[in-house]
Design a protein around this ligand. Structure first.
Ligand code: 3PG
Ligand code: MG
Length: 397
């Protein structure tokens, strides 16, 4: 997919670059827990600075409903970006408006500032033309470095490329380049490993993957809806009853494999008593919370054979020690796989990083929903907007 590149973006020293970032990071007590999404945007910010731009970053944090909410202020994110850049990153008093414009006008070449949470503005999630016009006043050029938010038809994602010369950030371009390799001429066997709670969240991607890959291994709570479709007894495990028929149809393809054994407990508890039981015979009152050791062996053997592998979603409740083994075993197998390996989606990305294997996979995507939607649709609204710019949308006034 041809996107306008950062290198092609021309501007003059002192021009302002409005950079949409995905700094939607986990916070605890007002501090950034995991700065992957900030650190991975640094090369783009540094490139723009080194070419004399004043960089105005804008992003969202959480889901405030169009009104300022101090709990979702970008202040801790601006502080962390400042630490990483080793320079002050002033936070604008708002998203747009005279006071923000004044701050932006005061920036010189190489300076970096941050706008407040875009979702404090009701127009952001509606792609409101008035907000787009106000945002466009804050930049001479626009860069989309928010891969993880590029599936959203939001003002800051699709709006600025209509009027400003625009380009893909370095991280966004790499995400798209790597994930596109899963869409075309993919080396075989192509294996997908999917986990997570709900089949309904992943249905679109499962269907798209069935068209493209050889086998899908399903773990996590969503495996139990498949098990019910196969006629098994799953005790109190999580089941989406309305998805059972769909799962039966998917199993008919013969290319979906589900666990044969699971780790079960009465409650999700660090001190829980656990039992390893057949996935099709979980006792009443017990729920399956991880794949069992036989399944971990079988899944690991499949992973070892893959020439291309996509992993999305943990195999169990890996945050709680008695239910972490299945995810760890899969993470180890993915790390050892000699094929081209991609981990996408917030939880599995967090798992592989926590377990210390992130540098042994080819690509850990910073996107969650965006990664899945790109695989499902082959495109994203934010990428379409950038390509339209190249066709002449972004004429500098
Ligand atoms: C993410 O964290 O997945 C992205 O930043 C998108 O956030 P959203 O799901 O609230 O749009
Ligand atoms: Mg991710």
């Amino acid at each position: 997919m041809q996107l306008p590149t950062l290198g092609e973006l021309s501007f003059e020293r002192g021009d302002r670059a409005l950079v949409r970032v995905d700094f939607n990071v986990p916070l605890t007590d007002g501090h950034v827990d995991d700065d992957l999404r900030i650190a991975t945007a640094l090369p783009t910010i540094e490139d723009l600075r080194s070419r004399g731009a004043a960089v105005v970053t804008c992003g969202h944090l959480g889901r405030p409903k169009g009104v300022p909410d101090p709990r979702c202020s970008m202040a801790p994110v601006a502080a962390r970006l400042g630490e990483l850049l080793d320079r002050e990153v002033p936070l604008a008093p708002g998203v747009v408006g005279p006071a923000t414009e004044k701050l932006v006008a005061s920036l010189g070449p190489g300076d970096v500032a941050m706008l407040e949470n875009l979702r404090f503005e009701p127009g952001e999630t509606k792609d409101d033309p008035e907000l787009v016009a106000q945002l466009a006043k804050l930049g001479d050029v626009y860069v989309n470095e928010a891969f993880g938010a590029s599936h959203r038809v939001h003002a800051s994602i699709v709006g600025p490329p209509r009027t400003l010369p625009s380009a893909a950030g370095l991280l966004l371009a790499r995400e798209v380049e790597v994930l596109s390799r899963l869409l075309h001429d993919t080396p075989r066997p192509f294996l997908a490993v999917l986990g997570g709670a709900k089949v309904s969240d992943k249905l679109g991607v499962i269907e798209a993957l069935l068209d493209r890959c050889d086998t899908i291994l399903v773990g996590g709570a969503m495996a139990f809806t498949f098990e019910v479709a196969r006629g098994g007894a799953v005790g109190d495990s999580l089941v989406e009853t309305e998805m059972v028929d769909t799962c039966r149809r998917l199993l008919d393809t013969d290319r979906i494999r589900i666990p044969t054994d699971v780790v079960a407990a009465v409650d999700i508890d660090a001190d829980a008593d656990t039992r390893i039981v057949p996935a099709a015979a979980v006792p009443e009152g017990w729920k399956g919370l991880d794949i069992g050791p036989d399944t971990a062996d079988a899944f690991s053997a499949e992973v070892a054979r893959a020439a291309t592998l996509l992993w999305n979603g943990p195999m169990g409740v890996f945050e709680v020690a008695p239910f972490a083994d299945g995810t760890r075993r899969v993470a180890e197998a993915v790390a050892s796989c000699t094929g081209f390996t991609v981990v996408g989606g917030g939880d599995s990305a967090a798992a592989i990083r926590q377990m210390g294997f992130a540098d042994r996979v080819d690509h850990v995507s910073t996107g969650g929903g965006a990664t899945l939607e790109l695989i499902e649709q082959g495109d994203l609204p934010g990428l379409e907007a950038l390509r339209a710019t190249r066709r002449g949308g972004g004429v500098r006034s």
